[in-house]
Ligand binder design. Structure first.
Ligand code: SF4
Length: 200
């Protein structure tokens, strides 16, 4: 069976690649993450995915396109109360599903299913919907079961481990203490009393 594995970053890919190979699956990696912020972080993560493909010996298809503006438009114009990450999954997995159908892979899957911090059920639903749309299959596996093994592998391979998911908003949420105030309208979060401090 030939499976296209959409890869969000190297540390999240190590366990799924090992898992699929052990099952006798022919794995091809697929890079398409056009919204990683900032651009130099994007390059760093792609560099690590390339390195992992050499270490674990699997071919890598690169959609090396920094498509930041369409992504930002998509999340800004999303329907009220639609989840930002669901829009992001859809954006990335659409390319994986399309390529799977065009290049005659049997199915596609994603390393997003490895992370304990992602919206697992949404990823599964979106993957299945896209598979149907493009006339292919979504290979579902709960890669979270290999969380510790994945950590072990990423340490062994000395992979760069980022501290936030990827987009500009996740970076803000990770490092800026008033992120929820900045994002209160954008993320439709309830208003807090405190105001944003602008003076240093
Ligand atoms: S937090 Fe991660 S999954 Fe959510 S929108 Fe940002 S990059 Fe995408």
């Amino acid at each position: 069976m030939k499976v296209l594995l959409h890869i969000c970053c190297a540390p999240c890919a190590a366990y799924p690649v090992e898992y699929l190979k052990k099952k006798g699956v022919e794995v091809t990696g697929f890079w398409y993450n056009p919204n990683i912020h900032p651009y130099l972080e994007y390059r760093k993560r792609l560099h690590e995915v390339r390195r992992l493909s050499r270490i674990m010996d699997f071919p890598l298809v690169e959609r090396d396109i920094y498509n930041l503006v369409p992504y930002l438009r998509a999340i800004i114009n999303r329907p009220k109360n639609a989840n930002r990450c669901d829009v992001c999954y859809h954006f990335r997995l659409t390319q994986a599903a399309r390529y799977t159908a065009e290049a005659n892979f049997d199915a596609f899957t994603t390393t997003l299913l490895y992370s304990k911090y992602q919206r697992h059920e949404s990823i599964k639903r979106i993957g299945e919907e896209l598979a149907e749309k493009f006339g292919t299959k979504f290979f579902y596996a709960d890669f979270r079961e290999g969380w510790s093994r994945g950590l072990k592998l990423s340490r062994k391979f000395k992979l760069y481990r980022q501290q936030y998911c990827g987009c500009i908003i996740s970076e803000l949420e990770r490092f800026y203490k008033n992120a929820d105030l900045v994002l209160e309208h954008f993320e439709w979060k309830p208003r807090r009393k405190k105001s944003v401090e602008t003076k240093q």
